[in-house]
Design a binder for this molecule. Structure first.
Ligand code: SAM
Ligand code: SF4
Length: 315
């Protein structure tokens, strides 16, 4: 279905939980999530009904996210059911990777074809600092497990943070020569407080640091693509702050408590909780028509109006 500005909406990001086994500083507060009542969250049946409703309106691609989707108890069954929904051609997952050693193969067998894994640094001490609690070797083991499981595509997501990991741009991009993965640098979005203005650096910093990057024709979704000579995968630049991609936005987000967000950075939310499948179709149609042309510009001084932390939206 097209929105009010002629954009075809084909992509749903489904957050299956707001809980997480990490506490990344840019994503959620140290004390963890504000615990909502179990009754407020979508049940697995409601998630499936929402995906079916979305597919009936032309959604073909589903990304399962969170919070950390792999801490959800019934994640394999959710993925398997979603992959079988008529009209859904692709089920992908975004994860911090910590549980992939146990779950990579079962996820692939459940119909997940692509995996994005978050990795902001290759330094164990820095990994602990940015995630507050994480162990880098566990994340690296998760990447190895995903590669071994034979997904169609494995991508690594790096949130670019000035003064934290900009000195690691070459080492992180170099991973495309070590493994058949894409490495995508993502500009830090001002969702939570606590980062100085200098932390917000544009993706062009990657091009300045790596002049040997060669442009690859076309775009990979929201990413501009480049390749290192001899690289097995692409280096992607995702610039939600310095060069937003609203004009080609094709997505909706559904939070774990059942709120459809027509735009990541707007307050508008439409609830699917407790609705029948037919009512969900109507509500999703309304959400598509409520998509704004563009969100307000983002900056350190003017943070996102999402009204929630990223773990509660589904990044
Ligand atoms: N837990 C999973 C993970 O970390 O990949 C999935 C959920 S996480 C919210 C999804 C993605 O959002 C991650 O790649 C994370 O780095 C990104 N993210 C979270 N907060 C962000 C922010 N303020 N700016 C840019 N990216 C952010
Ligand atoms: Fe958890 Fe992902 Fe947020 Fe990190 S970015 S706290 S891993 S949900």
């Amino acid at each position: 279905m097209r929105d009010g500005f002629g954009r075809e909406i084909t992509y749903l990001r489904l957050s299956v939980t707001d809980r997480c086994n990490l506490r990344c500083r840019y994503c959620m507060p140290e004390e963890g999530v504000s615990l909502q009542d179990h009754e407020e969250m979508l049940t697995q049946e409601e998630m499936l009904a929402a995906v079916e409703a979305a597919a009936s309106l032309g959604i073909t691609k589903l990304r399962i996210t969170g919070g950390e989707p792999l801490v959800k108890k019934n994640i394999l069954s959710i993925c398997r059911q979603c992959a079988q929904v008529e009209g859904i051609r692709e089920v992908c997952i975004t994860t911090n990777g910590l549980l992939l050693p146990q779950l990579a193969e079962p996820l692939r067998d459940a119909g997940v074809s692509r995996v994005n894994i978050s990795l902001d640094t290759l330094d164990g001490e820095k990994y602990r600092r940015i995630t507050r609690v994480g162990e880098l070797p566990q994340a690296l083991a998760g990447i190895e497990a995903a590669l071994k499981a034979g997904f169609e595509k494995v991508k690594l997501n790096v949130v670019l943070i000035g003064g934290f990991n900009d000195d690691e741009i070459p080492a992180l991009a170099e991973l495309t020569r070590r493994w058949p993965v894409d490495v995508r640098f993502i500009e830090l979005m001002p969702m939570t407080e606590g980062f100085p203005q200098s932390a917000f650096i544009p993706c062009t910093a990657v091009l300045e640091r790596l002049p040997e990057l060669e442009p690859v024709s076309g775009r990979g979704g929201t990413a501009r693509l480049y390749r290192l000579p001899g690289g097995m995968g692409n280096v992607g630049l995702i610039s939600p702050v310095s060069d937003h991609f609203c004009a080609s936005c094709d997505r909706l987000r559904l939070t774990a408590d059942g709120k459809v967000k027509p735009c990541l950075h707007a307050e508008t939310e439409l609830s699917l909780k407790g609705l029948s499948r037919e009512e969900m179709v109507q509500q999703l149609r309304a959400a598509i028509l409520a998509k704004p042309r563009c969100h307000e510009p983002l900056s350190h001084a003017q943070p996102s109006r999402a009204g929630r932390d990223m773990n509660q939206i589904g990044g």
